[in-house]
Write a protein that binds this ligand. Structure first.
Ligand SMILES: *Cc1c(COP(=O)(O)O)cnc(C)c1O
Ligand code: SF4
Length: 356
């Protein structure tokens, strides 16, 4: 499987979206040259579907997809903040937790998100997915039975043609120690037409299989996205969502309530709300932790518990994810002192009952 045979097929088959920046700039009468300067370093691609969600320059969809000069003047970002390369025993397989591994099987996406954690490689020549890297990854998984849960990611695994994905999934399923398979994909959000009944039926042959998708703003919850999620959910695939908290895009309580409620109504369970990684070229999207905690306090108790994700920070250097939770506990001695979601003081006996 080389780049030519795997990844160009889907691009050509779905739509020629080269020139997406040209069309965008012409439509909104925006000067293209600074955008092209950025795109020379960090590739730009916006699927026609996602482009039509943009209503005006600077709106929440625009910020996620359109290059910004701030990407080139990021003083403190780090190329590989999670140290993924050092945690890869073979190229494109990150083994950082004892029982699970992240396996990168595609270098492309329908939209190159400006805040991408793997901005250093996704969509660039630095990222080489070949038949050799896939085989080496599968071989490592075969030899490492401690790994029970494999996360397929990239790039976007749904950029592969159905048979190519099916081929990888069947080889993965032949490894007895692999119990669960997860696919991380933004396709339901950025290219929902790619989710077909055939794709869903193929995936259903590899249960237990989970999908974590990635929506960041309620305007992404369209009828097309809902159709894609319904197809996958009807194939028995539990759907989660990994949202990234982005300054100027979704850092408001109203936006997040609408997003998470809307996802739940689309049968997608919000899983993580990520504090953004320190990736070089993305610092302009960073919110403070206080902002994130205040947003969580505005969600917990106020909307369905099913709609609440875990606010998580992926530790720099590959330490793993930690939950960030608003402080409800104000004291813990003979009684637990705490505040309710409405901010009322409350207490609870913190001792065993030893009879009278
Ligand atoms: C996030 C991540 C996982 C999965 O973590 P969960 O908390 O189980 O969702 C696994 N491997 C790597 C390298 C990751 O970054
Ligand atoms: S879809 Fe995911 S991997 Fe692809 S550019 Fe966006 S954040 Fe990065």
């Amino acid at each position: 499987m080389n780049k030519r045979t795997t990844e160009t097929t889907i691009n050509d088959g779905l739509c020629g979206w080269d020139g997406s920046l040209e069309q965008l700039c012409r439509h909104f009468s925006v000067d293209i040259s600074p955008l092209q300067d950025v795109a020379k370093i960090y590739p730009a691609r916006i699927s026609p579907y996602y482009r039509q969600l943009i209503q005006a320059p600077g709106d929440p969809i625009w910020h996620q997809a359109v290059p910004d000069l701030q990407e080139l003047s990021d003083p403190e970002g780090i190329e590989d903040p999670l140290d993924e390369e050092n945690l890869s025993p073979v190229p494109n397989l990150v083994h950082k937790y004892p029982d699970r591994a992240l396996f990168l099987i595609s270098s492309q996406c329908p939209v190159y998100c400006r805040f991408c954690t793997r901005k250093r490689k996704v969509g660039r020549s630095e990222m080489q997915i070949t038949e050799e890297t896939i085989a080496a990854g599968l071989d490592y998984l075969q030899k490492t039975p401690a790994i029970k849960d494999v996360l397929l990611s990239g790039g976007d695994p749904f950029m592969l043609a159905d048979q190519q994905l099916e081929n990888i999934l069947s080889r993965l399923r032949r490894i007895p120690s692999v119990e669960t398979i997860r696919i991380g994909t933004r396709v339901p959000c950025t290219l929902p037409a790619r989710v077909t009944p055939e794709l869903a039926a193929m995936l259903a042959r590899f249960h237990p299989l989970y999908i974590n998708t990635h929506f960041n703003h309620p305007r992404e919850l369209t009828a097309e996205a809902k159709r894609a999620c319904t197809l996958l959910a009807d194939a028995g695939i539990p759907l989660g969502c990994q949202t990234v908290l982005l300054r100027g895009v979704n850092d408001s309580v109203t936006t997040l309530r609408e997003l998470f409620r809307g996802l739940l109504a689309m049968r997608v369970k919000p899983y993580y709300l990520f504090q953004i990684d320190q990736t070089k070229g993305t610092s302009h999207f960073r919110t403070t932790i206080e902002t994130g905690l205040a947003l969580m306090a505005g969600l917990i108790g106020h909307i369905s518990g099913m709609a609440i994700p875990t606010y998580a920070l992926d530790a720099p250097g590959g330490g793993g994810k930690i939950p960030l939770t608003p402080a409800y506990i104000t004291g813990c001695g003979q009684t637990l002192e705490f505040t309710t979601y409405k901010g009322l003081a409350c207490s609870y006996p913190n001792r065993h009952w030893n009879g009278t």
